[in-house]
Structures are given as C-alpha cells and as structure tokens.
Design a protein around this ligand. Sequence first.
Ligand code: FAD
Length: 410
Amino acid sequence: MTNIVTNKVDKYDVIVVGGGMVGAAFACALADSRLRVAVVEAKSPDLQWPKPAYDLRTSALSRASQRILESLQVWPHIEAMRASPYTDMHVWDASGKGVIHFDCADIGEPSLGHIVENGVILAALYQRLQSIGNVQLLCPATPRRLTKALDGYLFTLEQGQTLQADLIVAADGARSWVRQAAGIEAHIEDYHQTAVVTNVKTAQHHQYTAWQVFLPTGPLAFLPLTDGYSSIVWSTSPEHAQALLAMEEDEFKTALETAFAGTLGAITQVGERGAFPLRSLHATHYVKPGLALVGDAAHAIHPLAGQGVNLGFADAACLAEVLIDALAQGKHIGAFDVLRRYERWRKGDNASMLAAMSTFKSVFTSNSPLVQLGRNLGFTLTNRATPAKNFFIRYAMGLVGDLPKLAKGV
Ligand SMILES: Cc1cc2nc3c(=O)[nH]c(=O)nc-3n(C[C@H](O)[C@H](O)[C@H](O)COP(=O)(O)OP(=O)(O)OC[C@H]3O[C@@H](n4cnc5c(N)ncnc54)[C@H](O)[C@@H]3O)c2cc1C
C-alpha cells in the first residue's frame, strides 16, 4: 500500500476489483440498491455468441448457484445460450471395486446440477450488468496503488484515474492483487497436480451423467455438455500433464480412452487442450474495515468436486445480503462489525469444503494398500447407506446449511 496525493477522485460506495464470474455476480446482486458500484476488470470479456467451439473452461453449477443466478435474472440468459443438466453422477476407484452412483430421482430433483461453460456464465452476467443503472463497468482497467482513506480505500488505475469507495471488494481471483496490497495472508498448499482440460465427443452418449474415475495420479472427470460432447478435467502430476499436452491428437485420444477404461467408447473428436496448476488457498481473514474478499481471492480449491465457483457465488450472495441489511439499519457498509457478519457466515463453510477436498485428494492418490482398501470400502458402504448418500448429494447441491436469500429464491 502506498500513500498518494491526488486532485480529482471518482467516489463510489463499492468498488469490485475483478469482474470474473464471482465479481460480476456480486455486482448484479447489488442491482437497484442505493449503492453506487464500480467493477474494475483487467481484461475485456469475450462476449461473442454463438461461439464456434465449446469453451475450454466449464463449471458444474450447483442448484444453489442456479437459484442465485435465477434471482439475479441471469439464468434465463444462460439457458438461452447453452447449459447441460446432469441427472446422475458416477464415481469409481480405478484401483479397486469401489463405486458410488448418485441419481437425482433419489432426492426428487429434476437434475443434480448443470455443466455450463465459463464463457457462457460470464456473457450472461455481463448482459445483465449492462442493464443495471447503479453499476459502472471500468474495463479494461487495472488498479495500481491501494491507500487506506478515512472511510474505505482509494486507488489509482494504470489508466490514471483515481477511485475511492467505502468498501473495496476483492474478486480478483486466487492471485488477488487486492488481498496482497491489503496485507492479508493466505495459507497456500500446492496439490502437486495440474488439471488438463479439453472437450471431447465420445462414441457412446454420456447419458447426462457426470463421470469421475480416481486414478492413482489423480481424478479424471467427463462432464456432460450438449450434443453428446463432454468436458474433460484430468488432474494429474505436472510431468504427466506436460506429456499429455505435448501428445499428437491421436496419441492423446488413446491415452484418455485408456485412462477412462473406454467407459464411453472411443474418443471420436477432441478440441484444444489447456492446463491449470492446482493449489488450495485460504485467506487468514476475509475482511478488514472497508475491504472484503470473495471467491477465489478468499479461497481456491481442488476442482475434483466442482465447488470453487459455487462457493464464490455463495460468498457474493451473502456479502450482498449483509450490505443490504446494513443499509436498511443505517449502518456504514465498510464497518468492521458489518463485514465480520459476512466473514462468520462464509469462512467456516469454505474451510470445511477445503479440508474435505484436501482429504479426498490425499486419500485418492495414496498407494498404500490399507488406504486403498479403506476408500473402496468407504465407497461401497456410502453407496448402500441411502440417508448418508442423500445428505451428501444435497450438500454438494448447496441445499444444506444457512443459505443466503438469493439461494432460497427470496
Ligand atoms: C480446471 C478447473 C476446473 C474447475 N471446475 C469447476 C467446477 O466444475 N465448478 C466450480 O464451482 N468451480 C470450478 N473451478 C473453480 C472455478 O473456476 C473458480 O473458483 C472460479 O473461476 C473463481 O471465480 P472468481 O471470479 O473468484 O475468480 P477468477 O475466475 O479468477 O476471476 C478473477 C477476475 O479478476 C480479474 N483480475 C485479476 N486481477 C485483477 C486486477 N489486478 N485488476 C482487475 N481485474 C483483475 C481477472 O481478469 C478475472 O476476470 C474449476 C477450476 C479449475 C482450475
């Protein structure tokens, strides 16, 4: 943080740094409030639609996220573009006989969730943002210096403008500039895995099922897209990921088919490939007076349970609710006690999910015969124990716990 002297300052109530999925959703959640909001985003979003190919990045959106996006009037835009509901989830251990199968019919729901391309989610959020009078998008724009003001914070943009707000919301992802500039520490754990992502078409239809096999090197997921395509998330060692990226197309198809034990038959088409190093991150604090972290800026998690952006949307919905309640009570939106309510609401839930993913990751990459036996037994028992299994599904769908109003459709 630096002290700066400036003449002209553009004043907002809230500045959101980072207009990714979580930052954009948070700004939408403040639509029509009394707050003047600016979203500062470094990259111009690619809002082109229709697109010739599927986006490389997809998200498994939980029912809670769907409800939040419905409440924000964003979901109809998503459905009008492309979203793929999945009714079943089939998970198994490659080094044993453990299998677990989830079916939405078991809990009386029409689906377990939707697989949606990140580009589609973002395009739908920006479409909504453009119709909101109290939100201004500053893009492309990058903040340079963060200074504590009497009320809130002040910063300059690379472009020269100086902005001030009662509340800065950091939604600038896992490498958050705001988090670091504000001096908030984070616990970071390298998973020593890289996720290789691509989209494929298979000889057999995916049957609207999210498939995931736990290989000794990490989990491999086939997530159902529209028209029988599947989105691949293959978490593996960094060396193996490099090798997979370097392979010729036919060699990659064979490697993928073999790793997936031909479960959906031959891989008939494969798209471009990308890779993301995986690490978990949890900020020691989510808030300071005049500042709050949301989404990956506060926590990043292994994609094996597809929860990262779902946790982020819940953060956005909870923080917006806390601020709107504070306004109604005549409180200052940057006050520490106001922001602490948000931190108390979200930090415990996010910590539990992070801990669960780290345990899953360790248990499923262990070569110890005892651990292998235990996890196969665990799969088999959980698959048979209906109440435990149904609770697990509802938890993964985000339907358990202290939900924000936006996730209840209120
Ligand atoms: C392979 C993979 C698969 C995944 N699958 C799933 C899944 O199925 N389900 C799920 O829920 N989650 C999933 N996730 C996690 C999910 O992608 C993240 O949790 C989500 O993208 C976080 O959103 P965010 O908006 O918080 O951060 P980001 O998506 O990182 O967005 C941050 C935004 O801030 C902008 N920005 C950064 N720095 C600055 C700056 N200094 N100034 C201005 N702007 C800035 C960036 O340009 C970006 O637009 C997956 C992750 C990976 C890696």
